[in-house]
Write a protein that binds this ligand. Structure first.
Ligand SMILES: [Zn+2]
Length: 362
């Protein structure tokens, strides 16, 4: 039986990961709000230019740009976007090339491109959703990995040097495809789906003669979904990377078994209730089967498991500590001090732990 102090500590670490996710999600929300404002402004301009009685018919929307408008579009709008494409995102180039060399462009196509550029910026820009997801999950992983090793060290009183996580290792970890598709590909899937909805809503507006106000409302609703999709993805992925970090910490520290810990409240799923306190061999780690996440938005976690003998051994070791009193070393070694003393730069840029068998992405 493991102590509740120990289990609470692991639950606390899972909360830390949730807080890191929340921090990045609120940055994503800010970016979404900015993109929404820009998109609505573009639609306002479109209405200001082409609406009659606050309506634009589908036929009007599909009219080709005049020679002058086309020239402006090429020389101003496209030039601006080409400057953006220098940021090195191939998605910009694809969108621009699809339209850039056409002899004629309709008003609606021009509007679609303007909106698509906002969306590409929102997802793929320097402060875009993809970057935030990547950094957020990286921070979740690193924090969980080191904290778990620290917790194990202080619990067992076995202190050993830890190899620092390098960028190369983090890159390999973050592209791990555990659910059929790596998360960055799924983020771009969100972008494409949102763009499809926006196009449909605009078409609806022109077919039905919806006012600017109603169109703006419809586009706001269609783009609000961006955040809930991002949140579902980040929460589930954060739980996965949190638990992968714990798993790798067990391998690093030579812990052979771990125990599942489930947050029990009204939101806890049946599948997780059934997993609570189960003990698995570290070598049998399989996300969704022997380790969280067991489902989307799972909040379960795991903790290193020591049986009675190992636990007692740890306690004796602690009892033989400098003060001669039975005392957890953790209380005398803060995390920062442990990190300074035991986390050492890597001399090889390769993970020594868990070589993961990846599913083939489809
Ligand atoms: Zn769960």
């Amino acid at each position: 039986m493991m102590s509740s102090y120990w289990q609470n500590r692991a639950a606390q670490r899972e909360l830390e990961s949730q807080l890191i996710s929340s921090k990045y999600l609120s940055r994503m929300e800010e970016q979404l709000r900015t993109a929404q404002i820009n998109i609505i402004q573009q639609i306002e301009t479109f209405y200001a230019r082409y609406a009659v009685d606050n309506k634009i018919s589908y036929a009007e929307a599909k009219k080709y740009l005049t020679a002058k408008e086309l020239k402006d579009f090429r020389h101003t709008t496209l030039q601006q976007y080409r400057a953006l494409s220098l940021e090195g995102n191939p998605a910009y180039d694809r969108a621009l090339n699809a339209i850039g060399y056409r002899a004629r462009i309709s008003r609606l196509e021009a509007l679609h491109l303007q909106i698509e550029m906002q969306m590409l910026e929102l997802y793929g820009g320097r402060n875009g959703l993809q970057v935030y997801t990547y950094s957020g999950l990286g921070e979740v992983y690193e924090n969980a990995y080191y904290k778990s090793l620290y917790d194990i060290a202080t619990f067992t009183a076995i202190y050993q040097p830890i190899t620092k996580l390098t960028n190369g290792v983090m890159k390999e970890i973050l592209t791990y495809n555990w659910s059929g598709k790596e998360f960055s590909k799924r983020i771009w899937g969100h972008e494409a789906r949102t763009m499809t909805t926006i196009r449909k809503e605009l078409k609806k507006s022109f077919m039905r003669g919806r006012s600017l106000h109603k169109t703006a409302r419809a586009i706001s609703d269609a783009t609000d979904v961006v955040l809930s999709r991002a949140e579902a993805l980040v929460r589930t992925e954060a739980n996965f990377f949190h638990n992968l970090a714990a798993q790798n910490s067990y391998i690093t520290a030579g812990v052979n078994r771990y125990q599942i810990l489930v947050t029990l409240d009204h939101r806890t799923s049946e599948i997780c209730r059934a997993q609570d306190l189960k003990i698995y061999a570290t070598k049998d780690y399989k996300p969704g089967v022997t380790a969280p996440p067991f489902h989307a938005r799972c909040r379960s976690t795991s903790v290193a498991y020591f049986d009675e003998a190992e636990y007692m051994e740890g306690e004796q070791r602690i009892a033989r500590g400098a003060t001669g009193q039975t005392e957890y070393v953790s209380r005398s070694m803060p995390y920062e001090k442990w990190y300074q003393q035991f986390v050492q730069p890597a001399n090889i840029d390769k993970p020594q732990f868990l070589r993961m068998k990846e599913k083939k992405s489809t």
